[in-house]
Design a protein around this ligand. Sequence first.
Ligand SMILES: Nc1nc2c(ncn2[C@@H]2O[C@H](COP(=O)(O)OP(=O)(O)OP(=O)(O)O)[C@@H](O)[C@H]2O)c(=O)[nH]1
Ligand SMILES: [Mg+2]
Length: 255
Amino acid sequence: MKQDIDKLIAGALSGEENSLSCLLAMVENDDTSASRILNAISPSLGKAYRIGITGSPGSGKSTLIDKLVGIMRGKGLTVGVICVDPSSPVTGGAVLGDRIRMEQHYSDDGVFIRSMASRGSYGGISKAVGVSVALFDAFGKDVIIVETVGIGQEGIDITRIVDTTLLVLAPGWGDSMQLMKAGILEVADIIAINKADLGADELADSIRDILTLSSRKSVPPVIQTQALNNIGIEDLYHELENQRGKHHHNEKNGR
Ligand SMILES: Nc1nc2c(ncn2[C@@H]2O[C@H](COP(=O)(O)OP(=O)(O)OP(=O)(O)O)[C@@H](O)[C@H]2O)c(=O)[nH]1
Ligand SMILES: [Mg+2]
């Protein structure tokens, strides 16, 4: 067993997808191997740009990811996507939905999509997501995107796992005051108001207002998108790149 893991780690580090899949399945199903794996891959970490995408259910996160991945692939970047659904088993409809939403990328060698469901505890799934992200990083993916439903109590905290947190909202889900109370505006580096075709000016304005009143040091950009119509995605990608620059900058200053 010990040798098996070593072999799989060596395989994943040399770019074998089968080894990566086996390791991902391992950390999803039990976490006894997690620290072993993390130790072994730690020298190979830190190259990827890790993006967390969270937001209200059905706001268009998967559709947005599909379009963002399209842009990234156009720039020659390889991408790993992890879709976390803490509420349903892996066989559930959500995974099927992700599959349909990101269909064109499933057959692309440069994109690796993995769906994860809860094992019952949020601590457990948070850890599994953390190790999975690390595995994608060590495997050599340029960008790693983690999708989670992150409104309310059930959301797992991905902000500590990723470099940049993108919050996706859509008109019709609550108002800015509720969002403020839920604490999610505080952790977002970028906010996308998706489904702007349904009219997003009001929500965007009220979110900007409430952000200026908040105690945050810098106000995150609020961008309107229409994932379904592929509108505003370049702007969003541009902001993601901006954020990446900031993180690298901070890293250098810290040294
Ligand atoms: N009108 C409109 N509909 C959209 C837009 N983007 C996505 N949708 C639709 O919204 C629905 C949900 O999209 P998803 O991408 O699955 O949303 P999600 O946030 O990933 O959903 P969950 O993972 O289930 O929380 C789908 O029917 C999409 O076609 C948009 O810009 N405008
Ligand atoms: Mg989704």
